[in-house]
Write a protein that binds this ligand. Structure first.
Ligand code: G3P
Ligand code: CA
Length: 294
């Protein structure tokens, strides 16, 4: 779907590069602060708290337990990684292989590869995705994206979906888009961000989804790349080392909101917040929440 929202500030910044081009949505912080639809209705928060793979310091990453924990520990948004099984089902898992976060090697000892895309959902559902983290989490499974979204919805938080290596999974972008499109809950502005390191997939998702579902570029685009990508993206989600005040200012000038990842100690969280970022991704949402409140 084309984004035609005219941005007054854009007229001052973009014409040199993109004459008369449509850009996405509104200016970054003003629109965010003014929106009655911020995640969790936490109006007045200056920095969005994003729980990385759920509250992954406290529960096994990308599981329903980690999602619930994020909900309890003050997250605004819950970040999850999306991949696809051999039989074309969407699952929430970070790595390309199942070996680090499940007992795949033990369950399928005769295999020589344990890639997510080489096993069916039925096979993946037999795996334990929690025991590696701690006994208390034994029995956690690799969730489907639908199961994970249901759990996020129950927390009242918003969601950040990272499409992992979408070029390796035929049909992944279409399937994620279909799932989000089917449930208007996710269409509320500020509640859903779709992001990827593969920006072509972000551009593709932008075409498939309503403009209220936001799009994010992972990485640290140059200013020229920022201007080009502003036609289809709203957010730059940058590694913490690149999130200096100068870079953040540049991204704001190009009308993006800026999120930074992944930060877990209070001092770094405060430093990043003072560099002007609009959101921070952390394994410890409660620590960020406390640092912001203090
Ligand atoms: O959302 C940012 C962050 O999740 C990207 O890195 O490797 O943790 O998926 P990674
Ligand atoms: Ca991620």
């Amino acid at each position: 779907m084309a984004r035609l929202g005219a941005v007054l500030t854009a007229a001052a910044v973009l014409p040199l590069v993109l004459p008369a081009a449509p850009v996405r949505a509104e200016p970054p912080q003003a629109a965010w602060a003014a929106s009655p639809m911020q995640p969790n209705a936490r109006a007045g928060r200056s920095v969005v708290v994003i729980a990385h793979r759920g509250a992954s310091a406290y529960a096994p990453e990308n599981t329903l337990a980690a999602i619930r924990e994020a909900g309890k520990r003050g997250a605004d948004l819950i970040e999850l990684d999306v991949r696809q099984t051999k039989d074309g089902k969407l699952v929430v898992i970070h790595d390309a292989t199942l070996t680090r976060t499940t007992d795949a090697r033990k369950k399928f000892p005769k295999r020589t590869s344990w890639r997510v895309g080489d096993l069916t959902l039925k096979q993946i559902k037999t795996l334990d995705a929690g025991a590696w983290f701690g006994k208390a989490y034994r029995g956690q499974r690799v969730p489907t994206l639908a199961e994970a979204l249901k759990a996020v919805k129950a927390t009242g938080d918003g969601v950040v979906l990272e499409l992992k290596e979408p070029d390796k999974y035929p049909g992944l972008t279409q399937r994620v888009a279909a799932l989000l499109k089917a449930d208007r809950h996710w269409h509320v502005r500020g509640r859903t961000l779709v992001q990827s390191f593969q920006w072509s997939a972000v551009r593709d998702m932008n075409e498939r989804l309503p403009s209220t579902i936001e799009m994010g570029l992972l990485g640290a685009p140059t200013f020229a790349e920022m201007l080009r990508s502003r036609l289809y993206a709203d957010v730059i989600h940058v590694p913490k080392g690149s999130a200096g005040a100068g870079y953040v200012r540049q991204a704001h000038n190009a009308l993006y909101r800026v999120y930074a990842y992944t930060v877990n100690d209070a001092a770094s969280l405060r430093r990043l917040a003072s560099s002007g970022v609009d959101g921070i991704t952390t394994d410890r949402p409660d620590v960020l929440r406390a640092a912001l409140d203090s």
